[in-house]
Write a protein that binds this ligand. Structure first.
Ligand code: ZN
Length: 325
């Protein structure tokens, strides 16, 4: 659901790369038909037509997951990460960099679903099965008799966490009921704001000591959409780039809805050229409305990397964002 208050969003790159992607996963079988690893989806209940939703998008352990009228917000978008063979996935909410869709223990019939730190595979691995009617059943891999279920047709809330709370989402013994079946609809990973002017150009001004890497970053986006990002000293609606110094904060760069793009010299000075370019491409991506991705090959991966050219998902997201500028 949409946030009720206006907040200034600062978006950062974390310094500490966690090699989750590379460890402990053997890929040897097929993923689920019709679903693509690392794509971002709306997950829609067959019975209610409402969207799987993290309550207010609050990025905290235990935040309730419910169903809500579709509104395009990040709290209704989820990345599928194919974890291992046989259609088993982690499901990551776009509103969090570190949390996963999770069953609030105990792992039993009618237990509520929330988001939690990505550290409990039994409660967080889901086996997704495609039905002959085209819908999907999302089963808890730990106990596949339990399936993701939404109660009724109302919007859910934050505190109604029982199996009969209006609009709550929980796991229950699968019976084939419509409220235990879901559809997946690919959706772009977008923020709710951007720094793009009304004529669909991102104008910028200001200075950074990483100007050559920043120029490469601009070129890499403009290679996707020629002329998209333009330096200007005169256009009224423009983003301002600058550097700042903040030791040990984990923040490499930040972009704000107020129109600033900043690079932290504390980290950037020690970085390779590719890492600096990555930071510049990434922050420009935020300015273009792009949200974080779970795929390390994306320039919008939530942690700093050496990737500096938009991949196919980044391009798709940009083209979707362009429709809204
Ligand atoms: Zn970021």
């Amino acid at each position: 659901m949409k946030r009720k208050i206006k907040i200034t969003i600062l978006c950062v790159i974390l310094l500490f790369v966690i090699m989750l992607i590379m460890t402990g996963k053997t890929v040897f079988a097929a993923d689920t038909a019709g679903l693509t690893n690392y794509y971002v989806y709306n997950i829609i209940n067959r019975n209610s037509g409402k969207y799987l939703n993290v309550n207010y998008g609050t990025d905290a352990n235990g935040t309730n997951v419910n169903q809500y009228t579709g509104d395009g917000s990040p709290e209704q978008k989820f990345t599928l990460h194919w974890w291992k063979g046989d259609g088993i996935y982690k499901i990551y909410p776009l509103c969090s960099d570190s949390r996963a869709l999770d069953v609030y223990r105990p792992l039993q019939n009618n237990s509520s679903v929330d988001i939690w730190e990505d550290n409990d595979d039994d409660a967080q691995l889901w086996k997704i099965e495609k039905l002959s009617n085209g819908y999907y059943v999302i089963r808890l891999a730990y106990n596949t008799s339990l399936a993701l279920t939404a109660y009724g047709t109302a919007n859910g809330g934050g505190s109604g966490t029982s199996s009969t709370s209006a609009g709550n989402v929980f796991v229950s013994t699968y019976t084939g009921a419509a409220n235990q079946q879901w559809s997946f609809s690919r959706t772009p990973a977008l923020l709710t704001w951007d720094l793009v002017a009304s004529d669909k150009h991102l104008y910028w001004t200001g200075t950074t000591k990483y100007s050559s890497q920043f120029a490469t970053a601009v070129s890499n986006w403009n290679a996707v959409r020629p002329g998209l990002i333009v330096e200007t000293h005169v256009h009224a609606d423009r983003a301002t780039i600058s550097d700042f110094y903040e030791a040990n904060s984990g923040v490499v760069g930040q972009t704000s809805s107020g129109g600033t793009i900043k690079f932290n010299t504390y980290y950037m000075d020690g970085y390779s050229t590719d890492r600096r370019i990555n930071c510049c491409v990434h922050e420009l991506g935020h300015a273009l409305r792009l949200d974080h991705m779970k795929d390390a090959s994306s320039v919008m991966y939530y942690s700093n990397s050496t990737t500096n050219k938009p991949n196919s998902q980044d391009i798709w997201n940009l083209n979707q964002a362009y429709l809204y500028y």
